[in-house]
Design a protein around this ligand. Sequence first.
Ligand code: ZN
Length: 245
Amino acid sequence: MELLKTTGVVIRQTKVKENDLIITIFTKDFGVIRAAAKGARGFKNQRAAGTSLFAYSEFVLLPGKDLYRVQSCDLIESFYSLTSNIERLAFATYIADLTGYTVQEEEGTERLLSLFLNTFYLFARWGGELRTVKCVYELKLLEYLGFSPYLEGCTLCGKEDTTYFSPKEGGLVCENCHSVQMQKISPACKNAMQYILESDDKKAFAFRLSPEVLYELEYHVGSLLTSSIDHTFYSLDYLKTVLGN
Ligand SMILES: [Zn+2]
């Protein structure tokens, strides 16, 4: 079988037998895949660094029946420093989890991987508000998955003036169409969502929000995520515990 070359980030790692690993890789060319790395846990193994958790590496893979096989790998960037800070690690673990669950083995993931890498760089090194970074990634991922919220006007009647956000309807709702369970959305929060969705991936992180608007953004993006992806992420619960909310 033909060997395949790609780059990707190790988003999960499972130990099997004494020296072997099964790793989940978010790749540039094939989406999220699982690969066996034989002998990768050996101390002197050159594959140990490249297959470690959150390593961004170049992989040479052999396709198999259920799993790919790592033939060789070269570390490009290690995000290992994340593991020394409990809060940063919790952010990264959740984003890795979310990506591993929602992205399949599929083509055309180059742009999403680049956004993922930008997110990880910020988680590893940035001194700013990481909850904003998380929101940006979540919203852009939802867009990638086809769950982009409708922000042009009321999703139900098209009216321009909107004051509510409904994850169930998938966007903004006006005063006339809203129902009791819908939550209000402020103009600042609408603008933030619009900015994130319209900006290219690097610029999307370059904004600041007041704590109130950030709280609101987290709430609406979080509820959109829950209604679009029916899954409980324990890593998100853990992140919330670490952040104290
Ligand atoms: Zn309406």
